[in-house]
Design a protein around this ligand. Structure first.
Ligand SMILES: [Zn+2]
Length: 319
């Protein structure tokens, strides 16, 4: 109930700084306690992402802004969060690679997302899927979850094998790319410390650069229509300020996550002799590293990367 209340408050009333502390946190220190396996911050961050994506999708006409749709949206968001937390109680750790298994094309296809969801696991910190207008959240266990739960809980006796062979058979699927796994120690929360550009919080799809590019385009579209959509008689200017701040979230997220390609190493936990296994370290190809550098220069560091309408900036007063 707190989560829903907070969402409404954050969405309509709460007066926050331009960017919340979560988005500004370029933490390069040792991972803090909240990123350990014992603490989970998914709910706090998900709430912000939900509000941000809802503003963007409704203001730009990607989805209809009705009470019914908002209610379903919040219901599915809560379901996503509950699945994640129940996953922890069943013993699952974060899997920050799970959201990198599907392509944007797959995530844009409602028949695909209805069947498979938006990610390989409920244990990632995943953003809203803004691509198909139907499946915004991970509201069902993903392929990784089913596999991990099978290993931990499935009864071996029925197979007629010893438990060891039974478990080995399940574990032998670990080289399947759909089951890729990276947890807190691989990701270091929201920092840029992790070396594997697939192991990220708050990215989505097998092509994060393309993903962020598309989110930037949506943010730009939102920024353009802020005055038209949100500047209504009797409304507070702080609403414009909030929407503006949230539209920048993707830039913070991208600058952290895309930087990992530069000097990056894909890391797997394959064992020696695993069928289909490979070296556990694979250097990110130089071409991809250069693309990432170019991406950051153009979208984040360029002189004109954050050029805003001065008139809009003068409307961004806090409450
Ligand atoms: Zn968690």
């Amino acid at each position: 109930a707190d989560f829903v209340r907070s969402f409404y408050r954050a969405h309509t009333e709460f007066v926050s700084p331009v960017i919340g502390p979560t988005a500004l946190d370029f933490d390069t220190e040792e991972p803090k306690e909240e990123f350990s396996s014992e603490m989970c911050m998914y709910g706090d961050y998900l709430r912000e992402e939900m509000a941000s994506a809802w503003d963007m999708m409704t203001a730009t006409g990607k989805i209809e802004d009705t009470d019914e749709k908002l209610q379903k949206y919040i219901h599915d968001g809560v379901k996503d969060l509950i699945l994640h937390e129940v996953g922890h109680t069943l013993g699952l750790r974060h899997n920050f690679k799970a959201s990198s298994i599907y392509s944007i094309e797959q995530l844009s296809d409602p028949s695909f997302t209805t069947k498979y969801g938006i990610s390989g696991s409920v244990m990632d910190y995943q953003p809203i899927n803004v691509f198909d207008g139907v499946t915004f959240f991970q509201t069902q266990p993903g392929v990784y979850d089913i596999w991990a739960i099978e290993y931990a809980y499935k009864e071996p006796n029925r197979s007629g094998h010893s438990e060891e062979i039974f478990l080995e058979e399940i574990a032998s699927r670990n080289t399947d790319p759909l089951l890729r796994y990276g947890t807190d120690e691989d990701t270091f929360g929201l920092s840029t410390r992790g070396m594997d550009p697939h192991s990220n919080a708050w990215d989505l799809s097998d092509d994060p650069m393309d993903y962020y590019q598309k989110r930037f385009e949506m943010s730009e579209e939102l920024l353009e229509i802020i005055p038209e959509y949100f500047e209504k008689d009797g409304e507070q200017y702080s609403k414009l300020r909030r929407v503006f701040g949230r539209s920048l979230r993707q830039y913070y997220s991208a600058s952290r996550n895309i930087a990992k390609y530069i000097g990056g190493i894909y890391h797997s936990r394959h064992h020696v002799g695993d069928p289909g296994g490979d070296n556990p370290f694979k250097i990110v190809p130089a071409k991809k590293q250069r693309e990432a550098l170019e991406f950051i220069i153009i979208n984040i560091l360029a002189e004109d990367a954050f050029k805003f309408d001065p008139d809009l900036l003068n409307k961004l007063a806090p409450e």
